[in-house]
Design a protein around this ligand. Structure first.
Ligand SMILES: Nc1ncnc2c1ncn2[C@@H]1O[C@H](COP(=O)(O)OP(=O)(O)OP(=O)(O)O)[C@@H](O)[C@H]1O
Length: 725
């Protein structure tokens, strides 16, 4: 890096707008914006790699520490509203007690901020007083700070993935387009012929022949146009199908943490970006090539007719291109804000529908409606802003077109009067000019559309470029059995840096056929431990071994064939009870289905229902009690014929007698069982207890967890069975 590169004159610095992708990464997005302002361009995936964030996001102290780690000196200040203008900008403001925004500039009437949730905003002081908590952070580069250029943008190709048959279809469309162009070009020339030869010489027969030729031309043009449209429909349909299938495949392979950290509406809106891109790529690309070809041909024709007139037309379209480019950044920023706000609106709607029972019981309908309307107004306002930009542009463009038309006609007519052009030539020229202007303007519009596609490719890239769950399957003979034992070696885990360890140096072994209860107070890490054992979370230190093979080597896919689970957040899917228990098995085994339902003590209940196993259940509501749902979920876990069964509070809704019965049935299956439960009876049903009660941060003894002794203390009746690790 040159010494002069370190000089900062402060000119030309632009505060970029970076939108957060995960629900809790506003702090990181603010840092990325400030870094960008000082010349170190980075993106959120870079920062995410540096700082692991949990769902809880960052607090002020973590923000100051993170700023230090990216070489920004950060000073936290308490600021009154009227002194906001004295802050060195860009500064980060603490907002609504759970958010950070970047302060860009304070003018006498407005405060300009970049909100990582929605983009740039211009607020009044009154608006700011509602959000700003009074805490601000001033930032400046500290010594090792280095500038960095923006990484090359993602190519569309990388986002799309492999598509079969794309080249062939595009080629077909282009060939058809070329034929169309040839016919289109012939039109004005035939018109000139009519005017200059048939009309002037009064040749009626020639007129009829030319008119017939024009009619034939029209028919062929319509036919070729129809074939072209059909090929485009075919291409876009197959492209869309392949593409959404590719994206869906990738989405399903993403780790659970990806979904936990994002709002549902946002993920849906990102997924929906595929169809916008596909639309632009197919129809947009084809018309762009077509417009480009015809524009070149008509331009050549215009220059053949009259160089001066053609030059005027070229200047006019260049002005159009300039106008479009000037409007681009504003339009991009407003459109991006609109997409983000629409995703939020969708999230709010889905959340309301899912939580309708709670909303009604708490009488919060008016409040929910008010919040929804407020967001809708936001969306409408951004829509109006987009329209305003478009209208202003159209007005200026209209003036430009009118001026160009009048000037060309005036100059062209003078040439006719001077004898340089015939009337027919002028009419043909105007016709070519109209085609040229329309095509070039459309070409420019397409170019802008392609540039705007960046918003969508960047949004989609959050899905397609997030690495999927690692799955390096262990090479072993197909019939080689993996032992159903689990071992944890010095496992340490916390949800993010700066948060306390949830599991701190835990070592334990669960042998094949063991039944183990994980006990301890609420929030001590039982579910977290289960998720670590299931490979849903990765330990920060230490390793998890299944049958003596490290989980990372065994491969999650292979491991998950072995396990059956009922987790706290498990739900039923829309379909029949049989569908749910067999998990939509294409060829369900009805004997196994009934056996599993019997083991989960739900068979008789299902048979008593009017439609038995065909009773429909939904994702939103179903005619089952909480305990019945739990038993269906257990039957689903057993149908998989697992060798290890994980139950996280899977029987909490059942009465003690039923729970005992289920426990005995499941015990007879001889599976390795790992159970999280609070009830002493459930815990007692296991032959070993691992207590995580002492796992509060920092209190773990250096040797890690020990089970057995604690179990004996907690549940005396299990003393004889409980073994230590
Ligand atoms: N995604 C997450 N991000 C950050 N912290 C989390 C996350 N999930 C859980 N925690 C925290 O980790 C701790 C352990 O949670 P966990 O769900 O494992 O507890 P638990 O023992 O299963 O509780 P319960 O008995 O109430 O189900 C809790 O303090 C919880 O707040």
């Amino acid at each position: 890096m040159l010494v002069t590169d370190r000089l900062e004159f402060g000119w030309g610095r632009v505060l970029p707008s970076i939108l957060q992708t995960e629900a809790a990464e506003c702090g990181l997005a603010c840092l990325a914006m400030v870094l960008g302002f000082f010349g170190h361009h980075t993106d959120l995936s870079d920062l995410r790699r540096k700082f692991s964030l949990s769902l809880r996001g960052m607090n002020a102290a973590q923000l100051v520490e993170a700023a230090g780690r990216v070489d920004l000196a950060c000073r936290a200040l308490r600021v009154e509203l009227d002194r906001l203008k004295d802050l060195a900008t860009p500064a980060i403001l603490h907002w609504e007690f759970n958010h950070f925004v970047v302060l860009k500039r304070v003018t006498p009437r407005h405060v300009h901020i970049h909100d990582p949730a929605v983009g740039p905003r211009r607020l009044t002081l009154e608006d700011v007083s509602k959000g700003f908590t009074g805490v601000a952070f001033e930032l400046a580069p500290s010594l090792p700070f280095r500038k960095r250029r923006l990484k090359p943008r993602l190519s569309l190709r990388a986002t799309i993935g492999k598509i079969h048959g794309l080249k062939r279809s595009l080629l077909q469309i282009l060939m058809l387009a070329l034929v169309l162009e040839a016919f289109t070009l012939a039109g004005p020339w035939l018109t000139q012929w009519i005017i200059d030869d048939a009309l002037v010489s009064g040749d009626g027969d020639l007129l009829t022949v030319i008119a017939l030729a024009l009619l034939l031309l029209g028919v062929v043009r319509v036919a070729v146009g129809a074939v072209r449209s059909w090929v485009i429909v075919h291409l876009s349909t197959t492209l869309n199908l392949q593409w959404s299938a590719n994206t869906m495949d990738h989405l399903l392979r993403l780790p659970v943490s990806y979904f936990e950290k994002r709002h549902m509406g946002d993920v849906l809106s990102r997924f929906g970006a595929t169809s916008v891109i596909q639309q632009t790529v197919t129809t947009g690309f084809v018309s762009a090539v077509l417009d480009g070809l015809l524009a070149t041909a008509t331009l050549a024709m215009m220059f053949l007719y009259d160089v001066a007139l053609a030059a005027i037309v070229v200047v006019a379209v260049m002005l159009y291109a300039l106008l479009r480019t000037l409007r681009y950044e504003a339009l991009r920023s407003v459109s991006e804000g609109q997409i983000v706000r629409m995703a939020k609106l969708q999230t709010r709607l889905m959340e309301t529908i899912h939580g309708i029972e709670t909303i009604k019981l708490f009488n919060r309908q008016p409040d929910r409606k008010a919040r929804y309307v407020k967001l809708s107004v936001d969306v409408a306002n951004t829509g109006v802003a987009v329209q305003r930009l478009t209208l202003a542009f159209q007005a200026v463009n209209g003036l430009l077109v009118a001026a160009e038309g009048a000037f060309v006609l005036w100059l062209g007519s003078r040439s006719v009067l001077g004898g340089a052009l015939t009337v027919g030539m002028l009419v043909a020229f105007v016709s070519y000019k109209d085609q040229f202007t329309t095509r070039v303007c459309s070409l420019i519009d397409r170019a802008i559309e392609f540039a705007m596609l960046r918003i969508h490719t960047e949004r989609l890239s959050d899905i397609v470029l997030t690495p999927p769950e690692a799955d390096q399957s262990f090479e072993m003979a197909g019939d080689q059995q993996i032992e159903a034992s689990i071992e944890l070696r010095n496992v340490r885990f916390r949800y993010s840096e700066g948060e306390p360890w949830i599991i701190d140096g835990l070592s334990l072994t669960i042998d094949s056929g063991d039944s183990v209860a994980l006990a301890g107070p609420s929030g001590c890490g039982k579910t977290t431990l289960i998720k670590l054992m299931l490979g849903l979370l990765e330990p920060e230190e230490g390793e998890v071994l299944i049958g003596g093979i490290p989980l990372a080597r065994l491969g999650l896919r292979r491991y998950r064939e072995l396990v059956g689970t009922v987790m706290q957040s498990d739900r039923l899917f829309a379909g029949s009870l049989a569908d749910n228990i067999t998990f939509f098995d294409a060829v369900p085994d009805h004997t196994r289905l009934a056996a599993c339902a019997k083991a989960a003590c739900i068979h008789d209940t299902i048979l008593k229902m009017p439609m038995g196993y065909h009773t429909l259940v939904g994702d939103m509501g179903n005619a089952l009690s909480g305990g019945q749902v739990q038993r269906v979920l257990l039957a689903r876990a057993l149908y998989k014929r697992p060798r290890v069964l994980f139950l996280d509070e899977a029987t909490s809704h059942l009465d003690a007698a039923l729970e005992r019965e289920i426990s005995a049935c499941v015990a007879r299956l001889g599976l390795t069982r790992i159970i999280v439960a609070h009830r002493p009876e459930t815990v007692r049903s296991c032959n070993r207890v691992i207590d995580l009660g002492e796992c509060v941060a920092g209190s773990r003894p250096a040797g890690g967890h020990r089970s057995g002794d604690v179990g004996r203390r907690l549940y005396p009746s299990t003393a004889n069975d409980t073994t230590g690790t």
